[in-house]
Write a protein that binds this ligand. Sequence first.
Ligand SMILES: [Zn+2]
Length: 305
Amino acid sequence: MRPLAIAALAVLAAGPPARAAVNVMAATEDLADLTRQVGGDKVKVEAIAKGYQDPHFVEAKPSFILKLAKTDLLVVVGRELEIGWLPPLIQQCRNAKIQVGADGYLDASLTAKILEIPTGQITRAMGDVHPLGNPHYWLDPDNGRRVAKAIADKLSRMAPADAPYFASRYADFDKRLADGEKRWDAMMAPYKGVKIVTYHRSWPNFVDRFGLDVIGYVEPRPGIPPSPGHTIDLIGEMKRQSVKILLVEPYFDLKTPQSIGRETGARVLVMPPSVGGEKEITDYVKLFDYDLALLVAAIKETGAK
Ligand SMILES: [Zn+2]
């Protein structure tokens, strides 16, 4: 038999080649985890921003350009969260599949419920980093569900033979999330309307979902560092309303929050807004388990109302 024929027989004997996993890059670890939840072993996923980093300000490392060059699908938070670091990476990787608007570019915000959409003139004047509505929408589990569905649908179009697999992974995730929501609602039920202050506007979807009341922010505007005048006003308001809890994302300097805590008696609580923000927060469901346990313990200890 001729060598070519032998090679052909060998291919037939081995059966069809295994389909390669879809290569996915996600802008954040939250999106990477949601992709993993629905993609299972049919995807290879990596996040660019780590969960302990401020997602507005990430170093655009050249190593990501090489990875993006080989990516089939790029999942982004959108609403300009990544505008300071992702556009140059997308441009320089020269991968047509993942350019903005191409089939391999998925803007997760398009299926999410977005809060704080500005009315009137849209501007980044004065450094406001939320010009298109609040980009921290993944902190409502229902938005996590919507994004997971959008990713499952996208993967199904990219790898149609695996569509039933993605659908069943999504159904399983949806169920685990629903179980989580029952647990979280029960935990938070006694604490509706508890007043808090947060450093950055990371939590509007979270507080809406779980019934808290944010009365102010350490930042005068999203992305603008605290100023003495604003801090003095905030301290006054926290005293008037007896606010006992100040949430700080892990990547902010604690100096101003701690001085506010000393002046007002409020507890400064460092609470991660993302998967990977603490080593225990290994997936999207654990993010809410971790944060709500931390928050409920602080509410009980401080007697916050
Ligand atoms: Zn923000």
